[in-house]
Design a protein around this ligand. Sequence first.
Ligand SMILES: O=C1C[C@@H](O)[C@H](O)[C@@H](O)C1=O
Ligand SMILES: [Co+2]
Length: 308
Amino acid sequence: MSNQDILWGIAPIGWRNDDIPEIGKENTLSHLLSDIVVAGFQGTEVGGFFPEPKILNKELNLRNLKIAGKWFSSFIIRDGLEEAAKEFHQHCAYLQEVNASVAVLSEQTYSIQGTEKNVFGEKPYFTDGEWDVLCEGLNELGKIAEQYNLKLVFHHHMGTCVQTLEEINRLMENTDPNHVHLLYDTGHIYVSDGDYMSLLIKHIDRIKHVHFKDSRQEVLNQCKEIGRSFLQSFLNGMFTVPGDGCIDFTEVYQFLLDHNYKGWIVIEAEQDPAIAHPLEYALLTRKYIDEKLLKTKDESLKTNFMKR
Ligand SMILES: O=C1C[C@@H](O)[C@H](O)[C@@H](O)C1=O
Ligand SMILES: [Co+2]
């Protein structure tokens, strides 16, 4: 499989963060999109501050950028499927208008990701009955996504009931592979389980969207020790871009290529933009991708070709 089957994006989260809308609010859409062009990416995901489709499409077309998808917080357990489906229809209609490929969904019932709770020690859990309701609901939302030419990709997330590999396994086993797909986020699974390859290997067939998020090991250790919240952890630098942390993305990328992964890889590293200059980090990770991921692959292709 060649590199051409993969689209590279970078998420707005390094510039502005929907979890704490005040940070980076001086960064405009034009600023963000132009930085993405400067850093050589093909697109992005929709942030909470993005405008209506007509305005967004104009800004994207001017820069030849694409939209991969957008986050959706579902509350299937709290509000019921009917309510979730109503909001999800609107979400998908927006995504279809901006020609996106995926609807990124995270079940946020009982989530502590936006609270002051210790994200390393106070995560919530679903009951068996709630798991059944969630999985059945996701199958229905997946069918809705398809009506808009989208794939529903489930985002496992720190501080939610679907965080660990064990929980992701349960979700995958009890949802329909035709309608519910998986978003693989390297940063979230690493911070949760201390391992990012097992999830990739086990669920490669269900993975239809990828977030490349790296982690600073020493900050992660400190956050765990102190018992920081999710928000305080990333404000203190727990996450960073690939090439700046402890995850070996060469291994991850090679595995994706070897298994014919087609679709987006979106760089997604929430940091405080006042501390981590967004363009500087976008360029840093671009260099890492070019030199360690794309170049290595081209060179191995070249070597294989010469051996023949
Ligand atoms: O994909 C994501 C979207 C964010 O809003 C979220 O909090 C972040 O951690 C993430 O991985
Ligand atoms: Co993510």
